[in-house]
Structures are given as structure tokens and as C-alpha cells.
Write a protein that binds this ligand. Structure first.
Ligand code: F6R
Length: 565
């Protein structure tokens, strides 16, 4: 989703900011812009489409940039950030959503302010301008402070005025990279890690400003706080696609190693000991991460550990039962998913402990977790999550006390992945319009995840469902040649075959992912480790997208880091 990068330093910051915007583009965006100050004069540039790194604007030592993923208003130049105050003295970029922007806009309109975009963000520079002009010293920081008090919703903001850069964070990530003579304000560390791995992480409600070589930080109660720097141990993907045609394909192939890395993370025993102290575990995530929770719940329940999967966006049903007797395991690749952050805040209010299975170190959810189980998957750039899912499955298996021989698993993946890829290329002929994917117990997770991958990057309608549910409705959609992927595990094989036979007798085309073949399979994909049975589906989704001419790394309408609700 939207990305922020701001720079203050002795050099001209335009190159850094433009290249920084490029490094944020993995988050997904549709338009972009920058603003800087030259001789106390504000200039800005914004446009739709892809970031270009040729220098634009004027030399500036204080500069802000933004990539926008639209929420309020279409993809237009006018709606792109930065937004500038009517007097053209203040520019601001914003991530998140201002819930009360309509009432603020109305108030400002009554004061004579004009608006030129459909965005919620445009109220910000104008409100800062309004409050700046209202105070006797015409002090920008006073104006900024009054503004953030008025804003409701979620926001990470960077605003500039002459030689001052102000910033604030409420429910949307923002951190400060600190290097010799330079600071960088950014929504994640990707744009500045090449310069420094030292960063100050802002907490909810923190705000501050940088002026005349000094940084001032305050908490939400305006109490000055110390800028504590931490080191970020994380490599952003600089080596590019490593010979693969897309990041997604590279990340699918990387699973040969990432499974091993996930198993190597050191906190499993600690987390297992903690889990034993509780009567129930809630496993919470969104999208792919929720699908991983479905498998996790199955692994744990089979070991008599009560585990309930919860969709982050539907957590409200569970809130009345949040209490200290339960523990929560959260799953998030980005560590920034707004829906999940809300659940965690509620759970913490109820005194619950949080175990986080998170990929991005230093992210909001990483920092909110009491016990961390790092996925160790390295940066995932393709919008469709792949390696983070199998890393999470590996961690859940270990939490359930399974003995995983990760070296063997990795060797097997390495042997099979090319074969699965070739099979995916063959199978795309069979999948034209609709696809169904069935599974049971943990393989329900694999079925849902396969369908999600196909939907999001090939735009083919795909439904993942519990095999036993077919006869309760969906079977009505099965006719001659409708493709159905059936994912079997040792325990569920017989049931799955029975369901596959019901489909076959109605003309369906059965693609079996199984440890051994069966006469009911029209096409067989052999996979002896069920937690790997998503990989053929990931490759199928990838090849379907390619065959239709879509870019699998950047599916339409989707973003990598879903920081709004
Ligand atoms: C699908 C996908 C999304 C994410 C979801 C949660 O391929 O990537 O469904 O899984 O938005 O994101 P994280 O895991 O970052 O919390």
C-alpha cells in the first residue's frame, strides 16, 4: 500500500528519495509524487503510473516522497500525494485513512479553503496551514501539533515547511533512519537500509520534527522522548530477481531453503512451553496468513491442543471471550496488517499474551509480540504470498511437536519443484473459467490457499472448499470438464477419493495431489509431504497468470502490505 520516504541532509536528497520510492514499489501503488524546498520555496511534482528516477524539481536538502495506493478517489494526478496547502507553503504525504476528513473539510471550506482532490489527505496540509496561521507566532510546529490532535483514524504523516520536517504516527507504521548528518523518515526500512541499519521506531501516537540539525520527539501526551536507535538485521532484496522472470517465481523456488530457515529459528521450545500454560489458543491472520492458521489449528488440535482459527477481519465475534486464560498466535508476513493490529490491541487490553509468527523484523506486529517466531524467509516482494506460507506451516508443525527433517524436506522440494513447474505448464490448458480445490483437515488450508493464489494473480474464479461440503451445494456447479484439484493427506485420502469420484461421475476433471496415484485422478501430481502440496498450486497460479499476459508480481487492485482496514 502507500509508502512514505522523507529526507533531510546536507546533500541534494532528490536522487535518494526517487530511488527510495522505487524500493517501496513492492508494496503496490498506482501514483506517486515528491515535494522539496529550495531557497525556502516549496516545489512539488506528482503523477500517475510508475516511479521514474530521472531528477525532477529543484535541488533540495529537505524533501518528501510518496507512492499512493488509492483508497479515497480514483487514480489521478490530483489525488496523488504530496498534497499542498492553499498558500503553497506546506506539503504533506500520508498513509492510512482520516475518518473525520469530511467534517474537517467542511470546517476548512467555511474558512475559505479550497480543495482540488477527492482525497482525505488534502485536509492535512490545509489544517496545518489553518492552525499555523491562527497562532500568534505563525509557528508551523504548533500548527502541526494542533492538526494531529484533530485527526481521527489511522495515519503516518510527513509534512514539510521551509526548513522543518514534521512527522507523526497513529496506527500506521513510520520509522526514522539515522545516519551521519542525515535522517530518513519512512513507512518501512527498505528505502534507507543501504545507507544505515540504525533506526528509531516510533510508537503509536509518537510525533516529532527535525529542524536546524536537531530532531525532537514527543509521545502522544506531548512528553519529550529520547530517540532510541535500534539495529535492523534484515536484507532488502537488492539482488533483484536472480535470473527468474518474476519475484514470485524466485520466491516459489526459494522455498527449498526457506523451509529450513523457518525450522532453524530458536524460539520454538519457549513458545511450546508457553502454550502449555493455556487452555485455548486463538490463531489469527488474514488472507494467506489466515489459511496458514487453518493448517496450524489442525496440527495442534490433533495433539489435543485446543486451537481456534480466527479471521482477523472477523475477530469481533471472539472479543467477548478474550481473556488471560487464552493465548493468541498471530501470523503475518508484513507485520503491518491493519486488521490484525486491531485484534492484537484488543487482545492485549484483555491481558492476553501474543506469540507472533512474523516475517519482517522490526515491523509493528513483530514489536507487539511477546514471543517471536521469526519466519526467516527473507524479503517477499511478489504481492502474492508464497514462501511465508510454507515457513508458517513449518513453524506450526514444530509447535505441534512434529519432528520435521527439514534437510530431507528441502532435498525433496529441490527434486520435485521443476517437475511440478512442468506439470503446471501442462495444466493451464485445462483451466479456463472456474476452478475448485478440495481438501480436508489441514489440506483444507492448502485447498483455500491454492484457490487464493489462482484468484489473485490469474483472475480466474477459484474456490477452495472442504471436500465434504461439495454435496451440500457446490456440486451443482460440476459439469463436463470442470477442473477440480483434490489435495489428499494420509488420514483424509479415502474421503477425498470418495468425493473425487462423486465429481468424476458428473464429468469433472480431477487433478489429484497425493502421495500415490489413484484411477480416479485424470491428472496426478505426486507429493509425499502434504505441507509442500501448495507448491504445485503456486506454480499453477503463476503459469496461468503468465499465459494470460498478467504480471504475477503486481496483481491488479492488491497491495503487499495492507495497512488500512
Ligand atoms: C495473498 C496475500 C494476502 C496476505 C494478507 C495478510 O497472497 O498475500 O492474503 O496474506 O494480506 O498479510 P500479512 O501476512 O502481511 O499479514
Amino acid at each position: 500500500m502507500c509508502g512514505i520516504i522523507a529526507f533531510v541532509g546536507k546533500e541534494d536528497g532528490r536522487k535518494f528519495v526517487l530511488e527510495g520510492l522505487k524500493k517501496l514499489d513492492y508494496r503496490g501503488y498506482d501514483s506517486w509524487g515528491i515535494a522539496g524546498v529550495n531557497n525556502d520555496e516549496l516545489w512539488h511534482y506528482k503523477t500517475t503510473g510508475l516511479v521514474k528516477t530521472e531528477l525532477i524539481g529543484k535541488e533540495s536538502h529537505i524533501i518528501i516522497g510518496h507512492t499512493r495506493w488509492c483508497t479515497h478517489g480514483k487514480v489521478t494526478k490530483e489525488n496523488a500525494h504530496p498534497h499542498v496547502s492553499n498558500d503553497e507553503k506546506i506539503a504533506a504525504v500520508h498513509n492510512g485513512i482520516i475518518d473525520n476528513y469530511l467534517e474537517l473539510k467542511e470546517m476548512l471550506e467555511k474558512e475559505g479553503y479550497k480543495f482540488y482532490s477527492d482525497t482525505d489527505t488534502e485536509v492535512i496540509p490545509n489544517l496545518i496551514s489553518y492552525y499555523t496561521n491562527k497562532n500568534p507566532e505563525k509557528n508551523f510546529i504548533e500548527g502541526f501539533k494542533q492538526t494531529i490532535k484533530q485527526l481521527k483514524g489511522s495515519f503516518a504523516i510527513a509534512a514539510l515547511h521551509e526548513k522543518t520536517l514534521a512527522f507523526a504516527r497513529v496506527n500506521s507504521p513510520l520509522l526514522i533512519g539515522v545516519a551521519e548528518g542525515e535522517i530518513y523518515i519512512a513507512s518501512d526500512a527498505a528505502p534507507f537500509l543501504e545507507k544505515t541499519n540504525k533506526a528509531v521506531f516510533l510508537n503509536e501516537g509518537d510525533w516529532g520534527y527535525y529542524e536546524k540539525g536537531n530532531m525532537y520527539l514527543f509521545d502522544k501526551n506531548e512528553k519529550p522522548i529520547e530517540a532510541k536507535t535500534e539495529e535492523i538485521h534484515w536484507q532488502y532484496n537488492e539482488q533483484g530477481k536472480n535470473g527468474y522472470s518474476h519475484f514470485m517465481l524466485k520466491e516459489i523456488y526459494e522455498q527449498v531453503n526457506t523451509i529450513v530457515n523457518a525450522a532453524a529459528q530458536p524460539n520454538i521450545q519457549n513458545a511450546k512451553d508457553e502454550i502449555k500454560k493455556f487452555s485455548e489458543i486463538l490463531l489469527v491472520g488474514s488472507g494467506t496468513s489466515y489459511n496458514a492458521c487453518l493448517a496450524g489449528a489442525s496440527f495442534l488440535s490433533k495433539k489435543n491442543i485446543k486451537a481456534i482459527p480466527v479471521l482477523a477481519s472477523e475477530y469481533q465475534l471472539h472479543v467477548p471471550f478474550f481473556d488471560k486464560e487464552k493465548i493468541m498466535i498471530i501470523v503475518s508476513q508484513s507485520g503491518e496488517t491493519a486488521d490484525l493490529i486491531e485484534v492484537v490491541n484488543e487482545a492485549k487490553n484483555a491481558g492476553m499474551k501474543i506469540i507472533g509468527i512474523i516475517n519482517v523484523p522490526g515491523s509493528t506486529l513483530w514489536r507487539k509480540s511477546d514471543i517471536l517466531l521469526g519466519m526467516n524467509a527473507g524479503q517477499e516482494i511478489g504481492v502474492a504470498s508464497t514462501k511465508a506460507y510454507t515457513s508458517t506451516l513449518t513453524i506450526f508443525s514444530l509447535l505441534a511437536g512434529e519432528k520435521i527433517d527439514e534437510t530431507e524436506l528441502s532435498k525433496y522440494t529441490n527434486e520435485k519443484i521443476k517437475e511440478w513447474h512442468e506439470q503446471a505448464k501442462e495444466l493451464i490448458q485445462k483451466i479456463k473459467k472456474d476452478l475448485f480445490v478440495i481438501g480436508k483437515e489441514e489440506a483444507l488450508s492448502y485447498a483455500m490457499e491454492t484457490a487464493l493464489k489462482v484468484k489473485e494473480i490469474s483472475y480466474i474464479r477459484a474456490e477452495g472448499l472442504a471436500a465434504g461440503e461439495l454435496k451440500h451445494g457446490t456440486l451443482a456447479l460440476i459439469e463436463e470438464d470442470v477442473p477440480v484439484i483434490s489435495i489428499a493427506t494420509k488420514e483424509t485420502r479415502q474421503d477425498l477419493i470418495n468425493n473425487a469420484l462423486e465429481i468424476k461421475s458428473r464429468g469433472g476433471f480431477i487433478i489429484g495431489i497425493d502421495s500415490k496415484t489413484h484411477p480416479c485422478y485424470d491428472y496426478f501430481i505426486s507429493c509425499k509431504y502434504p505441507i509442500l502440496s501448495i507448491i504445485p498450486g503456486q506454480l499453477l497460479a503463476y503459469e496461468l497468470a503468465i499465459s494470460k499476459g498478467y504480471n504475477p508480481d503486481k496483481p491488479r487492485n492488491l497491495a503487499k502490505s495492507v495497512t488500512v482496514k
